[in-house]
Ligand binder design. Structure first.
Ligand SMILES: Cc1ncc(COP(=O)(O)O)c(C=O)c1O
Length: 402
């Protein structure tokens, strides 16, 4: 029997593929710090669980495919506080930002169409594209200049008759890049000139450091019909397991079609939606505290990384990831070795190989992504393990440094 080409073309995201190895060593008593994935350790606000305790229906019924009204209204209130004028007709609740992305790919592309995006990119975009027969076309950005977008002409040269959209991640995962007004204007003008969608994935919106301001194409009224916003509560409220996201657009023709995808999967979890309503009532001081915590983690991790001989990295401007170049050739091998062969006082660390974040797997071979999602003590312990691990790896495999 056949298995579809489409699914066979999908990769296994490297940031998840080490778990069976990790399970084996954990069973033998090794402690592993998980810095491979954006799973924060910040407690989910208690209001989420309190809402669930008040739930007194006798049946866990399906909800409206587009999401429950109180959640859509609460989300609109949150956008209003950000100065964004969305009504409940402009947004559907989805199973995380992941489903919002999948719906976007299905909704705007025919098989073989192209979506243009900056590299390094969020690795799951590749799997979304493979699953929907979409071709991702990348334009490179570099740590040396803060992952700035290339000139408009470079991006425009990559647009073909099959291009349907430009996808931006703001702030960026894995780059931490925060878009400037000028960059947003460049992408907006290209989208309008070539009649493309501009998709903005803003699941890290609140994680912006150094007094930079949040800027989004959603603040551009002339782009309304071309613009799709992807959002999620996962990172903002440390509620990754709740699986609540949003797909948002003022393009009514598009939303009418996207609603069919919501209907196809009937409903998003009733429980998750009810809990999520409470999150949108949280005041600014909630975000201020979280941001202060992440800013502190970023600072201490940056200091610790600078003390590791031969490691090169820049301080990210947003999200909660560092991209770091290691003084070895094959970061994937190093990551596996750290799990299976190395420990420092009975502990080790799991990182993400950065080649996962490029379209060509040969790119980023000596780089890793480090998620600073653990508390200070754990992050510092993990950085010491990384330092000791790199030193031991260099002695074990002297060739790896050439
Ligand atoms: C850039 C980006 N977009 C979307 C998502 C999807 O998040 P979720 O499906 O948990 O909302 C993630 C998760 O890590 C992400 O990093």
């Amino acid at each position: 029997m056949e298995i579809s080409q489409r699914i066979q073309k999908m990769g296994e995201p490297a940031l998840l593929k080490y778990y069976s190895m990790v399970n084996t060593v954990q069973k033998k008593g090794k402690k592993v710090y998980f810095l491979n994935i954006g799973q924060p350790d910040i407690p989910t606000p208690v209001g989420f669980l309190e809402c669930l305790n008040c739930f007194d229906e006798k049946v866990l019924a399906y909800q409206a495919p587009e999401g429950i009204r109180p959640l859509r209204e609460a989300a609109c209130g949150y956008y209003r506080r950000l100065g964004l004028d969305y009504t409940i007709e402009d947004l559907f609740v989805t199973n995380g930002g992941s489903e919002a992305l999948l719906f976007t790919f299905i909704g705007i592309c025919n098989p073989g169409d192209e979506i243009l995006t900056a590299e390094p990119l969020y690795s799951i975009y590749k799997e979304m594209a493979a699953a929907t027969n979409v071709t991702l076309v990348g334009f490179k950005t570099y740590a040396e200049d803060g992952f700035a977008l290339p000139d408009s002409a470079v991006i425009e040269a990559a647009i073909t008759e099959k291009t349907r959209a430009i996808l931006m991640t703001n702030p960026g995962n894995p780059t931490g890049k925060v878009f400037t007004q000028q960059e947003i204007t460049v992408l907006k003008e290209l989208a309008l000139k070539h009649d493309l969608y501009l998709i903005s994935d803003e699941v890290y919106r609140e994680f912006i450091y150094d007094d930079q301001v949040y800027l989004s194409p959603s603040q551009q009224p002339d782009l309304e019909q071309n613009f799709i916003l992807i959002d999620s509560i996962s990172k903002r409220y440390s509620a990754c397991g709740a699986r609540i996201g949003f797909i948002i657009s003022k393009n009514k023709r598009l939303m009418k079609q996207l609603k069919k995808l919501c209907q196809m999967r009937l409903s998003v979890s009733t429980i998750d939606q009810i809990g999520a309503v409470s999150l949108f009532a949280l005041e600014q001081n909630f975000f201020d505290e979280i941001l202060a915590e992440y800013a502190h983690r970023r600072e201490i991790v940056y200091q610790a990384l600078q003390e590791i001989p031969g490691l090169i990295c820049k301080e990210p401007k947003g999200a909660f990831y560092f991209m770091a170049k290691l003084p070895i050739r094959d970061a994937s091998h190093f990551i596996e070795w750290m799990i299976t062969d190395f420990d420092y006082l009975g502990e080790t660390v799991l990182l993400s190989p950065a080649n996962d974040f490029y379209l060509n797997p040969a790119d980023g071979a000596d780089e890793v992504r480090i998620a600073y999602v653990l508390k200070e003590r754990d992050m510092l312990a993990a950085m010491e393990i990384l330092k000791q691990g790199l030193s031991a790896y260099g002695l074990t495999f002297p060739e790896s440094r050439k």
